[in-house]
Design a protein around this ligand. Structure first.
Ligand code: HEM
Ligand SMILES: *[C@@H]1O[C@H](CO)[C@@H](O)[C@H](O)[C@H]1NC(C)=O
Ligand SMILES: *[C@@H]1O[C@H](CO)[C@@H](O)[C@H](O)[C@H]1NC(C)=O
Ligand SMILES: *[C@@H]1O[C@H](CO)[C@@H](O)[C@H](O)[C@H]1NC(C)=O
Ligand SMILES: *[C@@H]1O[C@H](CO)[C@@H](O)[C@H](O)[C@H]1NC(C)=O
Ligand SMILES: *[C@@H]1O[C@H](CO)[C@@H](O)[C@H](O)[C@H]1NC(C)=O
Ligand SMILES: *[C@@H]1O[C@H](CO)[C@@H](O)[C@H](O)[C@H]1NC(C)=O
Ligand SMILES: *[C@@H]1O[C@H](CO)[C@@H](O)[C@H](O)[C@H]1NC(C)=O
Length: 522
């Protein structure tokens, strides 16, 4: 989601807001602005001393409050919801949404490192979003509660108010409604630059210090609601002048402050290390049994960073998969591994135009191996031929262990089909290795509940699979279930669990969307 925004088989909310302002959200509406404002309002009831609130998706339960007017919050959550999984909470998506908005609208200049692990609240938090008619003292107290001192308050407000504006439909006392409200939100923007790759810039600050009266929260007709003016002047105008003078300074302040905002989380939540691009990323690993006697077919994709940084084929690159047998014996000259060439299959990339993000290439491999040999893991060898003809070879071994590919429990793609978009029936067949001695096989589906909630909980529903066949000479037993999935566009996953009295083996986080649609269901 973070790095692959566009291309084959990608699933990222980035495309809603990158490039900046691309999706028409309605006249006077600005998607990236709505996503940043959603993150702030979700965080704004944080009490960092008590360790409560922060980015926790409680905003989804707080939309009836008069401190949260406007359609933007609902729509943000509505769009993000489809990307929720057991491993991507709504609060992580809200943080990522702010990251995409700032990244896309700054042309890749404001790039927040992303740490995952936020946990969604089960209900509303206390009130606490600042309103424009409050006093400066009240705003300082609110930001202090959120963990931001006076200088950080000035900076964060300027960083938020570089995008979007005040909607007359929601704040008629600040921006007069002059146009038809059924087709136009009657928005007055904080500054004139609101889409494209420099929308996120210091103009909100430079206009303020030059007395150019765009910002309705600084130059509005009613001084009571001119909170930006009071906040920007609260240190004598020192910081806002510095932000006005240098766009680079503005952007680096925003980078720091927005990162602090999205990483404000309740106590008990520990965020992981920033997610970086890894050089080799496997996906879609399947093995089918029973195609031919005593053989199984292993297949998968490996993602590499494109050497050419384009969607054209990378010339002179060869990718070889070294299959380590089930016994785990490392490949050597005495016990050679099966080696199969992987071929270029697809590309994907970030939608930021700057920021040094690479194109990715996915390479596909398919290989028949003896079932008795099996597979435990694989290594990825990348051979590059330079223009002078010299060949360099890199063997990626995932720290020596190989990239894991456990062949105990295997979804059978040819005998499985996905009716999520039609009947709702997921026709799942899996193969379990006989010598593992497992009798009980379950699939645990991770489903959003309730389905129509803006912030559903991802809960697990378990179903038993029935033994259907033990095909000759395969060494595997087939198990099957027909499971009813909720119809819709949710991202659904399932875990497979095989067990006996003493042992359990799991194959986790399998994607429903990778399975072909059932016949006649498109
Ligand atoms: C004292 C603090 C703040 C006050 C009183 C305030 C108030 C407001 C108001 C009244 C609006 C107009 C909303 C609408 O018409 O939909 C607005 C918009 C916005 N605010 Fe703030 N805000 C504050 C701080 C922040 C902060 C810290 C951020 C983020 C870092 C932020 C981000 C935004 C954004 C992006 C918009 C534009 C939304 C859109 O165009 O849909 N605000 N703010
Ligand atoms: C939220 O937005 C969705 C999609 O635009 C809409 O169907 C739904 O009615 C909205 N809910 C509320 C409470 O506004
Ligand atoms: C009203 O509509 C006109 C014409 O489209 C536009 O220029 C103006 O900015 C709108 N005013 C508001 C407050 O939305
Ligand atoms: C200014 O705004 C405040 C707060 O919304 C309101 O109470 C007051 O009546 C307004 N004054 C004028 C002159 O509109
Ligand atoms: C060929 O090019 C590669 C990479 O550009 C370089 O490392 C290598 O030394 C060159 N070899 C010869 C023989 O020029
Ligand atoms: C349970 O599974 C383990 C691991 O596959 C196996 O070693 C053991 O023999 C099995 N036990 C029974 C009672 O089948
Ligand atoms: C599988 O094996 C059984 C018993 O050995 C035999 O009766 C049957 O014909 C075989 N089936 C196939 C499809 O080879
Ligand atoms: C679903 O599985 C059952 C049992 O294996 C099979 O008879 C049926 O044809 C499958 N349905 C589809 C649509 O593949």
């Amino acid at each position: 989601m973070l790095y692959e925004h566009s291309g084959y088989h990608v699933n990222s909310p980035a495309s809603f807001v990158v490039p900046c302002g691309r999706v028409p959200f309605g006249t006077g509406r600005n998607g990236p602005a709505e996503w940043i404002r959603t993150a702030y309002h979700d965080m704004a009831n944080a009490d960092v001393v008590a360790g409560t609130g922060g980015i926790d998706a409680s905003i989804g339960f707080e939309l009836d409050r008069d401190e949260n007017p406007g359609k933007g919050f609902n729509e943000t959550l509505f769009n993000l919801r489809d990307f929720m999984t057991a491993r991507t909470s709504m609060s992580d998506l809200i943080a990522m949404g702010a990251l995409f908005a700032a990244g896309g609208c700054s042309g890749g200049k404001v790039l927040l490192p992303f740490r995952g692990g936020r946990i969604d609240a089960a209900g509303a938090g206390p009130k606490g979003v600042p309103r424009p008619e409050e006093t400066l003292e009240s705003h300082e107290a609110a930001f202090a509660r959120q963990g931001f001192n006076q200088e950080e308050m000035i900076g964060l407000v300027a960083c938020g108010h570089t995008l979007g504006g005040v909607h007359g439909v929601d704040f008629p006392q600040i921006v007069a409604v002059v146009n038809d409200t059924t087709t136009d939100d009657n928005t007055q923007t904080f500054d004139p630059t609101n889409d494209g790759e420099s929308a996120f810039d210091n103009e909100v600050a430079s206009d303020f210090v030059s007395n150019i009266g765009n910002n309705p929260l600084a130059f509005g007709h009613n001084v009571t609601t001119n909170s930006d003016g009071r906040i920007f002047n609260s240190d004598g105008g020192k910081l806002i002048r510095a932000m006005a003078q240098s766009n680079d300074f503005f952007l680096s302040k925003c980078q720091t402050l927005l990162e602090k905002m999205i990483n404000t989380v309740p106590k008990g939540v520990t965020l992981g290390e920033p997610i970086e691009i890894i050089p080799v990323k496997p996906s879609s690993l399947y093995a089918t049994v029973g195609d031919s006697l005593g053989k199984m077919t292993v297949s998968g994709l490996v993602r590499l960073v494109s050497r050419e940084n384009s969607w054209d084929a990378d010339p002179g690159r060869q990718v070889k998969i070294h299959i380590r047998p089930r016994s785990g014996t490392p490949c050597s000259s005495t016990t050679p591994c099966t080696v199969v060439e992987a071929t270029e299959f697809s590309w994907s990339r970030s939608l930021y135009h700057e920021g040094g993000f690479p194109y990715f290439k996915k390479y596909q491999f398919t290989q028949e191996i003896p079932t008795a040999q099996g597979i435990a893991a694989f290594d990825v060898e990348v051979l590059d031929t330079a223009s002078n003809g010299s060949v360099s070879s890199t063997l990626h071994t995932n720290g020596g262990k190989g990239f894991p590919f456990d062949d105990t429990i295997l979804t059978q793609p040819k005998m499985t089909c996905n009716g999520q978009k039609s009947s709702g029936i997921f026709n799942l067949t899996i193969a379990v290795r006989n010598d593992a001695g497992f009798r009980e096989v379950k699939a645990n589906f991770q489903l959003p509940q309730p389905l129509d909630a803006l912030v559903p909980k991802i809960s697990t529903e378990s179903t038993d699979l029935k033994k259907i066949d033990q095909p000759n000479h395969t060494g595997y037993t087939l198990f099957h279930t027909q499971y009813r999935l909720p119809v819709g566009t949710y991202t659904l996953t399932y875990d497979l669990v095989a067990s006996n009295a003493t042992k359990t083996v799991r194959r986790l986080f399998n994607e429903v969307s990778e399975i072909k649609s059932c016949p006649g269901s498109d």
